[in-house]
Design a protein. Structure first.
Length: 297
């Protein structure tokens, strides 16, 4: 199935997906809890949210009569799952045990450039020198921010956040490519169903053995239903019909939204220097996304 490009609709769906994903960092932090009041284990959040969404996906695929993926598509689904089912959720959950959601949001600000860079490699494109300059500057900014927030030193959580960024970038590109062959809904549903025999048992093995607050369970419900499932319906479809490079630009605002949402949801503080770093990263990413990219033959 080859989808015709619809730039306007693609941008709208991409914006909806970005807003849903922007809530993911503060909600994951809420589900994890604080050091003096731990709630859900990172491995349970990772596998549990995928298992819940996987069960819903199985029902969706059954009732819509979706065709089975081809062997080649199954390979792409497997790679997509490594990034969005395991890589990003697990690395993020491990990181936000150590740093607040505002910190994680700034580091994740380079995700659009990472996505564009992975897309360029996969789609055999040659980004301009200006793009790579912006990519390096964006990376330098988040590293400088991490160094500053770590009191003149990096934290292990910063490395985990960078792994989360590149995991998500790979999963986004792989899933968006598949969304030009099958519906976006089927892509994320087949990914989740494929991994269900692994995620469901792991979720049961790592289920909480202590009392968990209603707020933490509510946050877990959000990342299961929206971050892991419904958000991808909009995001993958938007990337597929609006153009991967074009629509991914809307992702520039995601870290800013995450920071703003962390204030009312978690009671975190947004200081002036953090805001300056965030705006600088957003500006660099926005410029980088507008740099020319040559398609190789």
């Amino acid at each position: 199935m080859v989808l015709a490009e619809q730039p306007g609709r693609g941008m709208l769906l991409g914006a909806i997906g970005v807003f849903i994903f922007a809530v993911t960092i503060p909600m994951t932090r809420l589900a994890i809890g604080h050091g003096d009041s731990p709630q859900l284990d990172p491995l349970f959040i990772t596998t549990g949210r995928a298992a819940v969404a996987g069960l819903l996906s199985a029902l969706y695929l059954r009732f819509t009569g979706a065709p089975w993926p081809t062997r080649k598509q199954a390979q792409g689904l497997f790679l997509t799952g490594l990034g969005v089912v395991f890589g990003f959720p697990l690395f993020l959950a491990l990181a936000v045990r150590e740093v607040d959601a505002v910190h994680a949001s700034v580091i994740s600000g380079v995700l659009p450039l990472a996505t564009a860079a992975v897309a360029a490699l996969v789609l055999r494109q040659r980004p301009s020198i200006g793009f790579w300059a912006c990519a390096l500057l964006g990376l330098a900014l988040v590293l400088a921010f991490a160094w500053w927030r770590g009191a003149a030193g990096f934290q292990a959580a910063d490395g985990l956040l960078m792994l989360a960024v590149f995991s998500a970038a790979g999963g986004y590109v792989s899933g968006a490519g598949l969304s030009r062959q099958m519906s976006a809904e089927q892509v994320i549903c087949w990914v989740l169903v494929m991994y269900l025999p692994l995620t469901a048992p792991l979720a049961l093995l790592n289920r909480p053995q202590h009392e968990v607050s209603l707020a933490a369970w509510s946050a877990f419900a959000y990342v299961s239903l929206f971050s892991m499932w419904i958000g991808f319906f909009a995001w993958y479809r938007g990337l597929a019909i609006g153009g991967m490079v074009r629509v991914s630009q809307v992702q520039v605002i995601q870290p800013f939204l995450s920071m703003l949402l962390a204030v009312p949801l978690l009671g975190e503080e947004l200081d002036a220097m953090t805001l300056v770093f965030a705006l600088a990263v957003i500006a660099v990413v926005w410029i980088g996304k507008r740099m020319p990219v040559e398609q190789l033959r």
